[in-house]
Design a protein around this ligand. Structure first.
Ligand code: AMP
Ligand code: MG
Length: 414
């Protein structure tokens, strides 16, 4: 018997990903949204700061603002006023004087240094310093975080919560972002039922479409849900034409293999330019990519673990590009394998695993072990996993104690 893994003509996953990235472009169109709705969106143009941050020199501590030249002399200093955040001292700190100052309050003219209140003995109208002071202590400089005219974020930035904090601090209220792609999706299979409906003998629930829709929503993409299609040429043709007209890309699952009811394959060959790839990955070998009337099409395998693994490994990078951002590869880490893993050379393996950090004798390390059975229909293992254990295409079995690459799962899978 010919083993699956030694089949010739399998496409390395790196090649498959590179082809996808090359084939796709950002969708056209931009939108202006309030900053409060911008998390997860992709900037369409750079954002330039119109202000300095901080806008003026101000105190990092509650204390006293003074002239460093005076502090060095060790003389008592006359207290001439107060500077609060939002209510600055209007006068000038002349030699021999100081001002009570609060955190965030503007530095008064003449003062260049702040002494923490804990290091001061304060009387009603004067203070004595209790410690040595360094010039410029506890002063936050105007523009030290951001200078006026500086580029805060580049076009293509995928906006995070920290980015929102930065833009809000610079007074930005709205941003211009790329239009979100709309992704059509449907499942194919006479055996599939919508969760919640009764199951007849031989039926199963459609988990792929529900999971893929959740993943797309979590990526903040719009979806056009075309439901479950029977294994029927006409129904699939109509759905694909509608998807091509109304969406920016189409994702389907099932029917891309070589079974007798695999009509998706047949229809696609008739309707568009489609490549059926046998990707050297496990799970997830059968994968289709192409275009129907110009609209990108991704055909995922039907088995639920394969569908999600191919989605995250191949479709997600492609969608990232369509969103106008760039794909920087999955975040990987190295961990010590706790149990041996069986593997044949030939396909990149994405085993479902659980990693954790352990500490012994003051030394810490990441360890990982496989979780549950590894079949491409075994969802419990995927549901329990917090990472993929990625075993390189040409590698064989891995032993306990080996260092392996892990890919922590994104939230939708974790
Ligand atoms: P196929 O690629 O259509 O031959 O499907 C391969 C396997 O995946 C079969 O066992 C199908 O029943 C199963 N499958 C196909 N689509 C789905 C789906 N949407 N949800 C869950 N299982 C599916
Ligand atoms: Mg099927």
């Amino acid at each position: 018997m010919v083993d699956c893994c030694s089949q010739p003509g399998l496409m390395p996953i790196e090649t498959a990903r590179a082809r996808l990235l090359e084939a796709l472009q950002p969708v056209a169109g931009t939108q202006t949204v309030p900053l409060t709705n911008a998390a997860g969106r992709v900037l369409a143009e750079p954002v330039i700061s119109a202000v300095n941050l901080p806008p003026c020199d101000n105190s990092a501590m509650d204390g006293y603002a003074l002239r460093f030249a005076d502090a060095a002399a060790g003389q008592p200093l006359e207290l001439i006023g107060k500077s609060f955040a939002g209510a600055p001292f209007e006068g000038v700190v002349n030699p021999g004087t100081c001002v009570r100052i609060m955190t965030g309050a503007a530095m008064p003219a003449g003062a260049d240094t702040v002494v923490m209140q804990e290091n001061v003995q304060a009387e009603a109208e004067s203070i004595h310093l209790r410690t040595e002071v360094r010039a410029g202590d506890h002063v936050r400089r105007r523009g030290e975080d951001v200078a006026e005219g500086q580029t805060l974020l580049e076009a293509g930035t995928h906006i995070s919560v920290a980015h929102i904090a930065l833009l809000a601090a610079a007074g930005i209220g709205t941003v211009t972002v790329k239009r979100r792609p709309c992704i059509a999706l449907f499942s194919t299979g006479d055996e599939l039922r919508q969760p919640g409906e009764p199951l007849a003998e031989g039926d199963i629930y459609d988990s792929n479409r529900v999971a893929l829709k959740a993943a797309l929503q979590e990526l903040d993409l719009e979806t056009l849900d075309l439901g479950i299609l029977p294994d029927n040429r006409d129904a699939i043709t109509r759905a694909l034409q509608k998807a091509a007209r109304e969406a920016d890309a189409v994702i389907t699952s099932g029917g891309v293999s070589v079974g007798e009811a695999d009509y998706t394959r047949e229809v696609l060959e008739a309707q568009g330019e489609i490549g059926f790839w046998k990707v050297a990955m496990k799970p997830g070998k059968p994968f289709a990519f192409g275009r129907i009337q110009g609209t990108p099409f991704f055909g995922l395998p039907g088995n639920p673990v394969s569908a999600l693994v191919t989605f995250y490994q191949l479709v997600l990078p492609a969608l990232t590009v369509m969103c106008g951002s760039s794909w920087n590869g999955p975040a990987t880490m190295q961990a010590k394998l706790l149990k041996p893993l069986k593997k044949k050379p030939g396909r990149t393996d994405f085993q479902r695993g659980i990693f954790r950090f352990v500490q012994e004798d003051g030394r810490g390390e990441l360890v990982v072990e496989p979780v549950g059975a590894q079949g491409s229909h075994i969802l419990t293992g995927l549901a329990a996993a917090n990472c993929f254990i990625v075993l390189a295409r040409d590698s064989g079995n891995a032993d306990a104690g080996d260092t392996v690459t892990i890919e922590p799962l994104r939230a939708p899978l974790a």
